[in-house]
Design a protein around this ligand. Sequence first.
Ligand code: UFG
Length: 325
Amino acid sequence: MKLLVTGGAGYVGSVTSRLLLDAGHEVVVLDNLSTGFREAIAPDATFVQADIADAGTVLTPDAGFDAVLHFAGLIAAGESMHKPELYWDHNVQRSLALLNAVRAAGVPRMVFSSTAAVYGNPTELPITETATKAPTNTYGATKLTFDFALTSEAFAHGLAAVSLRYFNVAGALIREDGTAIGERHDPETHLIPITLQVAAGKREKLQIFGDDYPTADGTCVRDYIHVQDLARAHLLALDVAAPGEHKIFNLGNGNGFSNLEVVEAARQVTGAELPVEIAPQRQGDPATLVAGSQKARDELGWIPEKNTLTDMIGDAWAFYRSHVA
Ligand code: UFG
């Protein structure tokens, strides 16, 4: 297939691009490099530096794209509480411009990076796709809004749409030649990469936001999924996309790990002491997010393979040491 990958310079987009190319697809990456890194883009992809709001310059009716995989977006739940206007602009307004371009060009399929954050504080665990959607942060609200837009688009105009609701992505793609493609944000806000910064001596200590949540050790619980497993799900999503339908899948491995358990696993992997300071709760953080991914297993035939924190933090650490430290 000929594929447009928005956000192909970002973490999940750059890893997925490589798997798509390995599978024989043609990949055009569209990225404005506002948060991504040029060197992360798959070398065999064609790169267009542009905003998703201007996707119409690439998505022309005669360009012959078979699908758009839409990764580009802002992803920091904490930041979204302080700068909501940025999230509504990038994740909704500009994404709707992309959707208009998809329709105008007659692209038949779209796969969208949605999120576990659409559910908010879950009323059931594990969280299935039909669970109540009540986002506790603006980030989740913006992603849910675009999910709704895809449902309408499929109904009204026949788009074959798939939303993949990621839980907490971690790890790196380690290639056979030893190269690693992984997670890098500037500034970094995610727990595992921050932990690695502390392990590498780039930060003095780790702050854990809140130890008074209603969880076993009082810190938030998240379901971590290896980026390689997550990327594979996108290839399967392309196969099941069906005209006029909007299919939605949760992608997690069904195990919850507390923030303190993550820190302990990082101590094991890195051998570093990792001093921890308990800080106030971060606004908008749900206490526990654990995925029910049975639907993805049944309908996509997707089975996550690298499920342990050691797998994920080990690969993230390999990437960190080779690229960031
Ligand atoms: N945390 C800390 N200290 C830090 C950074 C994070 O204690 O320095 C905590 C957070 O408060 C939270 C947990 O670690 O309890 C995980 O936080 P992250 O920022 O790593 O990830 P989030 O769970 O907030 O969000 C991530 C992605 C979202 C996605 C979500 C799905 O950023 O895009 O997972 O579960 F929607």
